[in-house]
Design a protein around this ligand. Structure first.
Ligand code: NDP
Length: 419
């Protein structure tokens, strides 16, 4: 324990500090339930709040077993010795962790298994019929996992502690994550949860919604096909570029606690699939011209998002890479340099700009008559504004004057001439 005191205690609390850490683990699951229940009402209205169904409709042990089975399948695929092994960023103790890069293979194998199981009668419509107990089970799994993670972190060495989740306040540290990269052997729990069960699960839920719509109305609508295609592209991209996740805030900076566990395992699959869920019972007419315009918005957003993320990832991995070595940079006292031309000279978070454009394109197929399918884009804008502020704060602390110079050179945060 004496060694642990060497880790500096954090005094700057995020997400509303202790109050946030107390309220968010209750409010976030309630929000998921609220959205799912609203989505099922005939007018998909957010007000007045839908009434809570009886416990038997919220809790089913079989959905818990199903999700545990799903996690075990994805865990097995994670362990398959296929694909390359990449090194993460340098840790405080000077070492680097190794990560398997086989998420895309996991997606393909899952797709192959589905292709075999669906014609054999796999009842995917079950997912639509049991969205509530599935989401509740995902919440139970996230909570149990975060409690175990917190207990595990108490035995972790000082070098493994996440500075942002090291306040000494157990509630806050449980929420933010006390240990940076908790592992069982070589199995990295945060990295696994970040891109596998929740993200691939989101694609599966979307597909289940598409099949349910086809079952109800004979064929899937254009709106449903677009939502499925756009979000599939996003997940395929994330898994194809899996290595890039190793330079993101979630992996480099944030500990693994309730915030990330619930986000990855419950929030992402059950709220990001809201548009497809909404379309099952609220069909929308979409003209060919409308579909083309929305697809163009998604394509432009994707282009900006991908280029910006790849540019920064390449630069951070190898600044002498010919694809980024010609870009203008400024030096910092840490030895790392900051890009001031290319995408990162356009705005300070070009990747967020592209991501937001895609978020809008995912909601537009649901028409303009309801607010509910726009939940994602509204929530995501708030998340990215907050995330951007957190990142700026960290970068100012890391790079000091050099960061201020960067902000002078690139004055806009996410949207040029606006924000
Ligand atoms: P970023 O990938 O934007 O990384 C931020 C880090 O990049 C900074 O901390 C800094 O780290 C480095 N950096 C910042 N400016 C520069 C610069 N000018 N030159 C070089 N390096 C710079 O962080 P996120 O993890 O927030 O986002 C990753 C992706 O994930 C984004 O595309 C985002 O939209 C997406 N995302 C999606 C979510 C979803 O739910 N769909 C949720 C959250 C994120 P350092 O200098 O230490 O390398």
């Amino acid at each position: 324990m004496a060694e642990k005191h060497k880790v500096p205690r954090t005094t700057e609390l995020e997400f509303g500090g202790t109050l946030g850490a107390l309220c968010l683990p209750v409010l976030l699951p309630l929000t998921v339930l609220y959205l799912l229940l609203s989505c099922r009402t005939p007018d998909a209205s957010l007000f007045p709040p839908p009434s809570l169904p009886p416990p038997a409709q919220l809790w089913l042990p079989e959905t818990l077993l199903l999700l545990l089975g799903w996690g075990a399948l994805q865990g097995g695929l994670y362990l398959l010795p296929i694909g390359k092994v990449a090194e993460g960023m340098v840790l405080r103790d000077g070492t680097r962790l190794k990560y398997p890069i086989n998420g895309f293979s996991a997606l393909l194998i899952t797709g192959g298994l589905l292709a075999v199981a669906l014609p054999c009668g796999l009842p995917l419509g079950y997912v639509y019929d049991h969205m509530l107990p599935l989401a509740v089970s995902a919440g139970v799994i996230s909570l149990s996992l975060s409690l175990l993670l917190y207990l595990k972190s108490l035995c972790a060495p000082a070098s493994a502690i996440a500075p942002g989740g090291n306040t000494g306040n157990p509630l806050y540290d449980f929420f933010m994550g006390h240990e940076l990269n908790p592992r069982i052997g070589s199995f990295d729990l945060k990295y696994f949860c970040e891109l596998r069960p929740g993200l691939i699960g989101w694609v599966l839920i979307n597909l289940a919604m598409l099949m349910k719509e086809a079952e109800l109305r004979g064929s899937p609508s254009l709106a449903m096909i677009l939502v499925n295609a756009f979000q599939l592209l996003y997940v395929v991209d994330a898994l194809w570029n899996e290595e890039a996740v190793l330079t993101t805030m979630d992996i480099v900076q944030d500990g693994f606690g309730f915030m990330l566990a619930f986000g990855d395992l419950a929030w992402v699959p059950y709220t990001y699939s809201l548009q497809a869920h909404f379309l099952v019972t609220h069909p929308q007419e979409l003209s060919a011209l409308g579909a083309i315009a929305i697809a163009a918005l998604n394509a432009l957003g994707y282009f900006i998002f991908r280029r910006a993320n790849s540019e920064k990832n390449l630069f951070r991995r190898d600044p002498s890479d010919p694809r980024v070595s010609g870009l203008e940079t400024i030096a910092t006292a840490t030895g790392k340099r900051l890009l001031v031309s290319g995408w990162w000279g356009f705005v300070r978070h070009p990747n967020y700009l592209g991501d937001l454009m895609m978020a809008l394109a995912w909601s537009l197929p649901c028409g303009l008559s309801h607010l509910l399918p726009y939940f994602y884009v509204l929530y995501f804008a708030a998340l990215l504004v907050h995330r951007e502020a957190r990142d700026e704060h960290q970068c100012l602390r890391k790079y000091g004057l050099s960061w201020e110079r960067y902000c002078e050179r690139v004055p806009y945060r996410i949207i040029p001439y606006l924000y």
